[in-house]
Each structure stands twice: as structure tokens, then as C-alpha cells.
Design a protein around this ligand. Structure first.
Ligand SMILES: O=P(O)(O)O[C@H]1[C@H](O)[C@@H](OP(=O)(O)O)[C@H](OP(=O)(O)O)[C@@H](OP(=O)(O)O)[C@H]1O
Ligand SMILES: Nc1ncnc2c1ncn2[C@@H]1O[C@H](COP(=O)(O)OP(=O)(O)O)[C@@H](O)[C@H]1O
Length: 282
């Protein structure tokens, strides 16, 4: 590995302050044990080429970090897009907690009214607070998460233009418009992404890791640059949970409370279909 300069990393979306650039083309993400367990298993799984390589844990200023490859290092001023996959963005475990020990949140009420002042119920308005699961469900139906099984969280183009205003990007047409903007209408880039996504789908269908985990809130990170190079990787396993031994998922069956299905592959099918329709028939 060769040392890389600190400026070779940019964050598109996600929690602020969770990352540091590490040495030798690595990225440090605030330690989360569940995410570490996922990366350790993924390093032994057929999905390994589709996730950042994992390099263990390091401590900085009394905070532990998971060390992983910085995916930007192989690109030249890349365009970067984060797509959150799946038809559900909260864990079944979070739903259970919300039922047993409801903790309405003021910050989520404020984020909600900033987008749609009419969205809160009378009770939520009286409390000036909403449950996290209610906020997440509202975000899912407002965006394409419920209808398409994925949503664009944000992208940054190589000309440094940043687009993160996708909370209401819901219809197929709106998604196509956003994707077309991200690739600057370049069909070769779309082809590159399609090849990689089809391969990913094939590997996901064969992966032991994928079959045995509820994958929620995970994203696909899309990268391309002016050389025509494209890449897609799975990131963010902070809310990916191992299933009990008797249970496996197909990731396409619609979710009902208790079946743990996350709609990940259904979303990937829709994303591949949308991109396929953006390029001419061969
Ligand atoms: O995108 P907005 O509307 O701001 O909502 C965010 C995202 O859903 C975050 O998911 P992600 O991390 O995938 O971006 C989620 O973190 P979790 O994934 O930890 O649930 C945040 O929950 P809180 O961190 O609890 O606020 C929630 O407030
Ligand atoms: N391995 C990586 N290489 C390059 N960029 C990354 C990597 N992991 C995350 N990022 C950047 O950080 C953003 C947030 O990552 P994520 O893991 O989803 O954090 P959070 O859990 O805070 O949502 C992504 O959208 C991407 O821009």
C-alpha cells in the first residue's frame, strides 16, 4: 500500500465526525462492534471484493476506530453517490424498543417539520417530538425506499457540485433524472455501473453472509471518474444483524413484522432495471 494524501477523501452523507483519514489509503470509522463483526465475516465471504477491505481496530484520542480501505484512493477526483438499499431503514429490534420503551425525539420532529410542516400528527405536534421508527417510516414513504427498495441519499460530482436534497425523490422518473445528472448523461458510465451491479447481484444470491443477515441502512457507494473507471461497493454495516440460526432471508419477500426481510435484493433489481432503461438496447 502507498501513502495517500489526507485530501483524498470526501464524505457525501452520514453522521458528521465519524471518520478520519488513516495511513496507507485507509479510512477510520468510529468503532461499532456490530459493524466489526460484519467486516470480519465479510472478509471470509464471497462478497469480499464488494466491500472495503477491513484492517482491524485502532485507538485515537481514547476513541476506537474500525480501519477499512478508503475506496476513493483508486480514482482521480471521482464523482461519488450514496444509495441506501432496502425497503426498510430501521431494525425490527428498534421497533421492539419503540413499543416497549417509546422515546419520542425532538430533533426528529424538527427534521420532519422542516420538510413538511403538515406531516406530524396532532399528538406529535403536542409533544413536539416523534418516535425514531415513525420518522424513519415517514422518510421511507416520502422517498423511493418503500416504492423501489432503495433511495438516493446524495451525490457529489467531480466538478464539486453537491446534491443532497433527495428526501422527496420518490418516482421512477425523479430517480432517473437524478441518476442521469450524476453520470452527466454518460452511457458508458451507466454500462460500467450495470456490469458491476449485475455481478454484485449474482454474488449476493450466493453469499452465506447475505443469506444469514438482516441488512438495514446499508448503502451502495458509486464511484466514477473522467478516465471512465467505475466501481460500486457495499458500505455501512452499523445496522446489519446476524439472524438466529434457523432463519435465512431471500431479501425480496415483502417485509411483515417478524420475518426480518429487508427488501435489499428487490431494491437492487429495481435499480438495475432503472439503469438498464437509461441505456439503448443492444
Ligand atoms: O437521514 P436523516 O433523515 O437525517 O436520518 C438519519 C439517518 O436515517 C441515519 O441513518 P444513516 O446512518 O444510514 O445515515 C440514522 O442513523 P442510524 O443508522 O444510526 O439509525 C439517523 O438516526 P440517529 O443517528 O438515531 O439520529 C437518522 O436521524
Ligand atoms: N470505505 C469508504 N471509502 C470511501 N468513502 C467512504 C467509505 N465509507 C464511507 N464513506 C463515505 O462516508 C459516507 C458515510 O458512510 P457511512 O458508513 O454510511 O456512515 P454513517 O454510518 O455515519 O451513515 C458515505 O456516503 C461515503 O461518502
Amino acid at each position: 500500500m502507498t501513502p495517500k494524501k489526507p485530501e483524498q477523501w470526501l464524505q457525501v452523507v452520514g453522521h458528521a465526525g465519524s471518520f478520519h483519514v488513516g495511513d496507507y489509503g485507509t479510512l477510520l470509522k468510529k468503532f461499532c462492534e456490530g459493524e466489526q463483526q460484519c467486516y470480519l465475516r465479510l472478509m471470509e465471504d464471497v462478497l469480499r471484493p464488494f466491500v472495503p477491505a477491513y484492517h482491524g481496530v485502532v485507538q485515537r484520542d481514547e476513541q476506537n476506530y474500525n480501519i477499512m480501505d478508503n475506496l476513493l484512493t483508486h480514482f482521480n477526483r471521482p464523482a461519488i453517490m450514496d444509495c441506501k438499499m432496502g425497503s426498510r431503514t430501521y431494525l425490527e429490534a428498534e421497533l421492539l424498543v419503540a413499543r416497549e420503551r417509546p422515546q419520542p425525539r425532538k430533533d426528529m420532529f424538527e427534521k420532519m417539520v422542516a420538510v413538511d410542516p403538515e406531516a406530524p400528527t396532532d399528538q406529535e405536534r403536542a409533544q413536539q417530538a416523534v418516535l425514531k421508527t415513525r420518522y424513519m417510516q415517514w422518510r421511507e414513504t416520502l422517498s423511493s425506499t418503500t416504492s423501489l427498495g432503495f433511495r438516493i441519499e446524495g451525490f457529489r460530482k467531480s466538478n464539486e457540485e453537491c446534491h443532497t436534497n433527495f428526501k422527496r425523490t420518490k418516482s421512477r422518473e425523479q430517480v432517473v433524472e437524478a441518476l442521469d445528472n450524476f453520470v452527466d448523461s454518460n452511457k458508458h458510465i451507466v454500462w460500467g455501473y450495470l456490469r458491476r451491479l449485475k455481478k454484485l447481484r449474482q454474488i449476493l444470491e450466493a453469499s452465506d453472509f447475505f443469506r444469514t443477515h438482516e441488512v438495514v441502512g446499508s448503502s451502495l457507494l458509486f464511484l466514477h471518474d473522467w478516465t471512465g473507471r467505475t466501481g460500486v461497493w457495499m458500505i455501512d454495516f452499523g445496522k446489519t444483524e446476524a439472524l438466529p440460526a434457523h432463519l435465512t432471508l431471500d431479501h425480496r419477500t415483502p417485509w411483515v413484522d417478524g420475518n426480518r426481510e429487508d427488501g435489499y435484493l428487490w431494491g437492487l433489481d429495481n435499480l438495475i432495471d432503472i439503469l438498464t432503461n437509461m441505456v439503448p438496447l443492444t
